[in-house]
Ligand binder design. Sequence first.
Ligand code: PAF
Length: 251
Amino acid sequence: MSEVLHSPAEVKIWRHSKKGSVGFVPTMGALHAGHEELLRRARKENDFVVLSIFVNPTQFNDPTDLEKYPKTWEQDLEMAKRNGVDAILFPQYKDMYPDGYRYKVTENEYSKLLDGAHRPGHFDGVLSVVMKLFNIVSPTKAYFGEKDYQQMTLIQGMVQAFFMDLEVVPVPTVREKDGLAMSSRNTRLSKEQRALAPAIYKAITESASAEEAAAKLSSQGFAVDYVTDIGPRRFVAAKLGEVRLIDNVQI
Ligand code: PAF
């Protein structure tokens, strides 16, 4: 049975009543096979599993993207039950932001690159909400997909910088058969766009350079925000119509 809890206070009471490790999977809902993998890992490695579903407005720089973010509560609940989730945190904005977002967490270097350069304020919103969620849930381990590699790395850095008592566990990207990285935004692609989308993974894995990958994607009709190599990883963000897709691979 997955218990649905709405307020941070309820979750804290729930947490204090539990002895044992808690695996935490923070999400914005519209759960897919990538999230299911996070839940499976959390279930395997902990005594209890907490899932949060909260579409966090402070991390959306584009109001249309926020408005169109898919919501699939019934299916999400099914997936939670199927994977033995003990508690679901399903709060509202006023529960998460009693301060009206007067306080925020900012990282000043890595968060300014890649997605940060194209989505002003995005990582402030992510880090702030994740800090809040960690303080509410007090997890032993928290699970993040490597699809959002920059996000995962920034959260790991925040945990270290603020001496937070938990482990951030990176989980490899889950892909469709054709290579497209699983993402809640994929459901917003038209049939034609969905057929084109696997070109992203193909371009970043098969090109000799970031420039070559960017050129291939542009010539196929993608609006490329960036293809950038940092250390051993290649990162990409590109739009098909209104839908912005990201991915990254080890090179
Ligand atoms: O990756 C996401 O779904 C979100 O950025 C997160 C980590 C749940 C914070 O809102």
